[in-house]
Design a protein around this ligand. Structure first.
Ligand SMILES: [Zn+2]
Length: 61
């Protein structure tokens, strides 16, 4: 951290400095078997365990 230069530096508009992560959609976990989407990996895992207990993993060839 060096000296601050130009204390009068204009503050950017809040919208211009919003972190990209704030505008990204939340991660979605989609069921590889039926495409149903879940907000959590656990929700998806529970769904697969219940609904696709017999189904082989799609990429487990
Ligand atoms: Zn499914």
């Amino acid at each position: 951290m060096g000296k601050l230069i130009g204390k009068t530096y204009a503050t950017p508009a809040p919208a211009a400095v919003a972190p990209a992560a704030a505008v990204q959609p939340p991660a979605v976990f989609a069921c590889p078997h039926c495409g149903k989407e879940y907000k959590t990996e656990k929700g998806l895992a529970d769904h697969i365990a219940k609904e696709h207990a017999d189904a082989p993993a799609p990429d487990g060839e």
